[in-house]
Write a protein that binds this ligand. Sequence first.
Ligand code: DON
Length: 321
Amino acid sequence: MQNNPLIQQQLEAWVQENKGHAILGTTAQYIPALGKVDPSLLGICMVDEDGQYYCAGDTDKEFTLQSISKALTFIALCCHYGLEFVLERVDVEPTGEAFNSIIPFEIHRPNKPFNPFINAGAITISALLPGPTSQKKYEHLLSFLETLVGHPLEMDREVYDSEWKTSHRNRALAYYLKEANFLEIEVEEALDIYIRQCSIKISVKDLALIGLIIAYDGFNPITNVKHFSDEIAQVAKVLMVTCGMYNSSGNFAAHVGIPAKSGVSGGILAAVPPKLHSQTYEFRAGAGIGVYGPAIDVTGNSAAGTMMLRQISKEWDLSIF
Ligand code: DON
């Protein structure tokens, strides 16, 4: 199968058109190592079911997963313990509050965190990863991710140290979780695994492949390997649509309409399911998308990346709705 040059040219043009939207955001200043990254970067990679990659813009720069890891920990945990076990410990309801807010807990006193994508829910489920120590839990997640992308991954030590030192809000949240009996391990250990998973380095190419696997309900159509069940993929996509872009999830669903998960590093993982009645030919059989644009908006999503996905989805009729 030949790479389609028209798709490649189109993506390159859209990166150039959307680069300017970076001024609508800034790099994540609350994690100093992320704050100093060049905010004008913008890159995208898309992969189709035949394994054709289309990459445009700043695609060779690696970045950290940050909150994108929350979707992947959720899937890894469901694979290990089963969906039922995980959903007994974390709900699937959006909160309408910031991703690191303590307010939903204070007001509602829920019997489990609202969803695995807000920090409270993510810290809770990261602590549940199998293994007696945070190192072993991290290794479990890392090896799951390495199986998905097919090569070794590593952590960005500088980003980890930077977040560890400034993670006052997450520490507060973790103490809250401990007080509410949601955390079975110690606060510092839970924070260690959570910050480690956020600091895993990734590329837009890897994100695109993971997106394709999620779009295909846990099946990699390039290698013919089934990594996780349809049921797990379905709930992961529901969470991506309802909570994946935090308080912009409604707008993102309306204007992009693709299950996605963002991170404050500026990465976005998006899963485009097959759409046989699509009005265009491009990616009718689905795709995975990885985006990187480190200037994030007030809700924590890549400013230029979101605008670019909006254009791509509209032009190629990728919305699932
Ligand atoms: O815990 C934090 O604040 C970061 N490590 C991750 C937050 C994040 O990526 C939210 N995403 N948009």
